[in-house]
Unconditional design. Structure first.
Length: 721
């Protein structure tokens, strides 16, 4: 017998309502998954065949969790129920009815790289300048059209474009320069659709679009599926797009046994096609629908919820609901203003060390931000503090290609015999030294028992190596040698700056990218390496001062520890920087997702559905949150506010929200303004701190941080406590 005593009144109502359309408005932390799985188990217990139940969600992880929880409640009887992602469902339907939708048996699904390659070939055939029209952006437009349920013909018709037979181009009645992208998209979409069909290939969006087309045009197939699935449940309904809505509406049929669970306040994926009007208009789409609100929050403290409620209440178009705490009042939310992004990052690192010293596990801490670019300064601060972390929703700074290239230059500058790093940079930026040339030189050197470096020095003597390539090699090796000589006379940061300028590293990043904004971010990532060397040099200087003035002479252990560091990096050598970087975790070949004791760095989008006891929400400023594009009119402020709400409700016990008064953008210091989302917060729920938080620390906190730092340094040097 299914035990329903653990459900609150609203959860119980949602579980027991099994007929007709049902909208469950599940606020953050209100037990959404619990309701879905109990409702599934209740249907089976009251005699519904599992084969008649269809549960649809967005991720494989969510589908697995749903099935696993249901199995615990009703055992093996859950077998037969279809619990699937939208795209897996579409794939299965298409596989069973391929011939009905223009596909042949054995069709394949194209991945992102394949799609991009296909689109670039199409642009060349159409003679569309791929330097002016970004292939990736055109694919994004096509994806949005497919998510809205529009194939190429319907998209052209909806946009009001007509074919001009004389020009062989697509033009419109009000065509302007701003419309050129739409023209390119329509032309490319038609060719793209044709190319995929010719190759018997579908892309990810086709799994929904072609399934929708099939069910819209083939009554026999639709009838068969309706007879199979009598009860439909959709998770995360606020994230559905036009195609997904139409698909579920068709399957629900006249019986309308459709239960959707979601939260309009957490609709944050409009940029990839999600349509919040699907959930806001549920009552209009399905007249007579029952609406159940889950407002009891089992995750966060009352103070955190007060802030969350105040933020989201400013949105005009939403269901009226307020999160109510099931737990205690908790500590106020900390609202902190810092001088710049470096001060923000360093303060967060200090706060995390204090948490660790007080017994908090690092895996119970998360740092959230609006954009991946914000992680750069934070990653460097965490590495300096030796705090293990994992990046979610973006690459680790040191996993980014341009950073790996920059570090390869540093390694070769320090160690000319580092062959792996040398191979990486030998023809980057491109200088006419192809792979075949390198292999010929390598074979020549190895046949004489020489190092690749020796072969490069004698490139003019190697058969079948052109004079042009040999000259390029000689010039490059001379550049490295010249800058290597400077290392003993100048600061490493100065030498590295000069080397990057000499090889035109930043110029290559700009010329190799179609998107100036993306190129600018990559350049900033490379500049961060130089900036980190600067910080390293200052750190050496400070440590030397500490060793000479702050450590008592009788404390031999402390003196030895600090002097060991100074001896190995005397003069702040490049060798010292590279070793310091390696000891901070760079180069760790342990799979990051297998290391449990790690702090999480994540975009807010990637953090949805997750929670942590301690959360730091950073960069809550105008043009970051809300994003610059939205502030400038390209997007909805309402969705950005929902994003802030999602971020706040990830925290269970403690939340720190920070913003910078100044921030570096493309090498310039730019004044910042705190986000409009921080206005109107209840004063009793917020603790405001201006300036550097370290000034407000107690002596106990300072001592705890210092103890943690010393313990980490001792462990690295192998000195027993």
């Amino acid at each position: 017998m299914l035990d329903l005593d653990g459900l609150n009144r609203e959860q119980l109502q949602a579980v027991l309502t099994t007929s007709g359309p049902l909208l469950v408005l599940a606020g953050a932390g209100s037990g959404k998954t619990r309701v879905i799985t109990y409702r599934l188990a209740h249907l089976i217990e009251r005699g519904v065949s599992p084969k008649q139940i269809l549960c649809v969600t967005f991720t494989n992880k969510a589908a697995f969790e749903m099935r696993d929880r249901a199995r615990r409640l009703v055992g093996k009887t859950v077998r037969g129920a279809t619990i699937s992602t939208f795209h897996a469902l579409g794939s299965q339907i298409l596989k069973s009815h391929a011939a009905h939708c223009g596909l042949r048996k054995g069709f394949t699904i194209s991945d992102g790289a394949d799609q991009l390659g296909t689109m670039r070939r199409i642009l060349r055939v159409l003679r569309i300048d791929d330097r002016k029209f970004d292939a990736q952006k055109i694919l994004a437009h096509i994806s949005h059209a497919k998510n809205a349920g529009l194939d190429a013909a319907r998209f052209r018709e909806k946009e009001g474009w007509i074919k001009d037979d004389d020009l062989g181009r697509l033009t419109g009645p009000d065509a302007q320069v701003d419309d050129e992208y739409r023209v390119a998209v329509i032309e490319a979409y038609e060719r793209y659709e044709s190319q995929l069909r010719a190759q018997n290939v579908v892309d990810f969006d086709d799994l929904l679009l072609l399934t929708l087309r099939l069910l819209s045009t083939d009554e026999e197939v639709l009838g068969r599926l309706r007879r199979r699935w009598h009860y439909l449940m959709i998770d995360e309904y606020q994230d559905t797009n036009g195609a997904q809505f139409e698909l579920m509406r068709l399957l629900a049929g006249t019986e309308r046994n459709l239960c959707v669970v979601g939260d309009d306040d957490q609709s944050i994926y409009g940029w990839r096609g999600a349509d919040v009007s699907n959930i806001l208009g549920f009552g209009k789409h399905f007249p007579g629908a029952t609406v159940v609100k889950l407002e009891t929050n089992y995750r966060s403290t009352a103070r955190i919820l007060e802030v969350a409620n105040a933020i989201i209440a400013q949105n005009p178009d939403r269901y009226d609901k307020v999160l109510k705490p099931a737990g205690d009042q908790g500590d106020p939310v900390k609202l902190v203003a810092l001088e710049d992004e470096d001060a923000e990052a360093e303060e967060i690192a200090r706060s995390i060390l204090a948490l660790i010293a007080s017994g908090v596990s690092v895996k119970d801490v998360a740092i959230l931000y609006r954009s991946n670019v914000q992680s750069r300064a934070i990653e460097l601060a965490l590495r300096a503090a030796h705090v293990p972390y994992r990046v979610v929703g973006g690459l680790d700074l040191f996993d980014r290609r341009e950073v790996k290239d920059a570090l390869a230059y540093l390694k070769v500058l320090h160690n000319a015999e580092d062959e792996q790093s040398l191979r990486r940079i030998l023809n980057y930026p491109p200088r006419g030294i192809g792979d075949t040339t390198v292999e010929r030189i390598d074979d020549w050197a190895r046949s004489r028992d020489l190092h690749l470096l020796d072969g490069l020095a004698h490139a003019h003597e190697v058969p079948d190596v052109s004079a042009k390539a040999a000259d390029a090699i000689a010039t490059f090796m001379a550049t490295l040698a010249t800058h290597r000589k400077l290392l003993g006379r100048q600061k490493p940061s100065n030498v590295v700056k000069k080397l990057f300028l000499a090889v035109k590293l930043e110029e290559a990043l700009f010329t190799s990218s179609d998107d100036a904004t993306s190129a600018g971010r990559r350049v900033d990532n490379v500049r961060e390496i130089v900036k980190q060397i600067d910080r390293y040099e200052q750190r050496v200087k400070n440590k030397k001062k500490r060793a000479e003035t702050e450590v008592p002479e009788e404390d031999e252990g402390e003196q030895f520890e600090l002097l060991e560091e100074l001896d190995e990096i005397e003069g702040a050598s490049l060798d010292g920087f590279l070793r310091d970087l390696a000891l901070s975790g760079f180069g760790d070949d342990t799979p990051k997702d297998e290391r449990e004791d790690q702090l999480i760095l994540s975009t807010i989008h990637a953090a949805k559905g997750l929670e942590w006891p301690h959360v730091f929400l950073v960069g809550v400023e105008e043009e970051l949150l809300p994003h610059r594009r939205t502030v400038n009119g390209d997007g909805e402020i309402a969705e950005e506010r929902r994003l802030a709400y999602v971020a706040v409700t990830r925290a269970r016990r403690h939340l720190t929200v920070s913003y910078a008064k100044n921030r570096t953008r493309f090498g310039q210091i730019v004044p910042r303004q705190r986000s409009r989302f921080l206005e109107g917060l209840p004063e009793e729920a917020v603790e405001r701190r201006e300036g550097d938080m370290k000034q407000a620390r107690t002596e106990e906190e300072k001592a705890a941080i210092e103890k943690t730092w010393r313990a980490k340094i001792r462990a690295q040097l192998g000195i027993e406590s």
